[in-house]
Ligand binder design. Structure first.
Ligand code: NAP
Ligand code: G4F
Length: 344
């Protein structure tokens, strides 16, 4: 059976066996432990790598049950201190049981419905996953293990329709999407529980951060993947489909995800709970990102047309590299994000 699994997935999966809560609790007896949610995602997987390399805690990574494994971002981990447990942010009972039984020293909640674009289509699910779950985690910590330090993943999307540039910790919360609203409300819960029950609970404001483990629907990975695909086709003199994008003029403040997981850990280990902006302190448009990505592989283009008809055309061949598809526009856009991480 194991051979069959190996053949099918291309890797040994024994270390990916998922523990039930009772067995996980046994592994945590007498040990310092950290629960990390969202470990199949970008930040959660980097956080596990960081914690295994820089601490001696037992790490319990939370995964939700899916019909097909999606463990690519953690398939490289082979460490006896890393365990997987089943968990779903929308299930308050399992959240409570995990905290009650494992009694972690830290709970780092990086799981979320994290795609802003989908949050209009799945507004209720976004709210339940990103906000109601925070209430459940806070209550479980308060009831079962109040010394547990809690990190909740906040976002520059909370600043939304920005009032000034660059945005720092004092910037008002003006979300523009169901996603931004869910993170804003979650922030208020974290503050109220911190103040009311003296919990060490913080929610950082993280500006966009990217990397090779980034989901492919986010604009950076979408562009870089397409550029590689187009470059390969040009090299082989083959056909290619152009890249389709939405709003080219939105601006974002992009950083490296691996830097930010360290920032999260530092935020969790201060004398008292304080919340920070993490950002690169630069802002760039999607348009600039497209130009630089193509330039990086030696393809030079120029913009032609306006609005929905705008295109990025290969100066060498005259072929269209990028076109606009209105389906990638959002009902409301955050036009510009630009962080000020001086305090951090
Ligand atoms: P990501 O790659 O999309 O990962 C999200 C993780 O959440 C995945 O592991 C996903 O599991 C899990 N998840 C989703 N719904 C769940 C549920 N109901 N129960 C349990 N797990 C669930 O996101 P990321 O980029 O690493 O972001 C990490 C956190 O930081 C998120 O809260 C995000 O909103 C926030 N944030 C990210 C950025 C950024 O630029 N990356 C900036 C600010 C804030 P599956 O693999 O099973 O889907
Ligand atoms: O890459 P994006 O989808 O990221 P977005 O919306 O900024 O959200 C990310 O960063 C937030 C922090 O600021 C996180 F909280 C959130 O979880 C997520 O990680 O889009 C970036 C920009 C947007 O303005 C979008 O309208 O790119 C624009 N864009 C233009 N064309 C596109 C596309 N975005 C996507 N995903 N796909 C396009 O085709």
């Amino acid at each position: 059976m194991n051979n069959l699994k190996e053949k099918y997935t291309g890797k040994k999966i024994d270390h990916m066996d998922i523990l039930n809560i009772e067995d996980a609790a046994k592994k945590s007896i007498g040990k310092k432990s950290i629960i990390v949610t969202g470990v199949t995602g970008q930040d959660g997987s980097h956080m596990v790598d960081y914690l295994l390399a820089n601490t001696d805690y037992e790490i319990f990574g939370c995964v939700r049950r899916l019909s097909v494994y999606n463990h690519k971002n953690i398939s490289h981990i082979n460490n006896k201190r890393f365990h997987l447990i089943n968990f779903d942010l929308t299930d308050s009972h399992s959240i409570a049981r995990i905290i009650e039984k494992i009694k972690p020293d830290y709970f780092i909640n990086l799981a979320a419905q994290s795609f802003v674009g989908s949050s209009w289509d799945f507004a209720h699910q976004t709210w339940e996953t990103n906000c109601t779950s925070t209430l459940h985690i806070l209550e479980a910590i308060r009831l079962y293990h109040p010394t547990c330090r809690f990190y909740q993943a906040g976002s520059s999307e909370e600043f939304g329709d920005v009032a000034y540039n660059p945005q720092d910790e004092l910037h008002p919360l003006r979300p523009r999407s169901p996603y931004g609203a869910s993170k804003t409300a979650s922030r208020q819960l974290v503050k109220v529980w911190r103040d009311s029950y003296n919990l060490y609970a913080v929610q950082g404001w993280l500006f966009n951060h990217e990397g090779t483990r980034r989901g492919e629907e986010f604009v950076t990975r979408k562009i870089t993947k397409a550029v590689a695909r187009i470059k390969n086709a040009i090299n082989n003199e083959g056909p290619y489909n152009m890249l389709e994008l939405g709003n080219l003029d939105a601006k974002r403040d992009w950083s490296d995800a691996e830097d930010f997981v360290e920032g999260i850990w530092l935020m969790l280990n201060q004398e008292s709970p304080k919340e920070y902006v993490l950002s690169s302190n630069e802002t760039h448009s999607i348009r600039e990102f497209v130009e630089l990505a193509f330039k990086e592989v030696g393809i030079y283009g120029s913009w032609e047309g306006v609005g929905i008809d705008e295109k990025y055309v290969d100066e060498n061949s005259g072929r269209v590299l990028v076109a606009i598809n209105s389906k990638f526009y959002r009902p409301a856009e955050v036009d510009l994000l630009w962080g000020d991480s001086t305090k951090a």
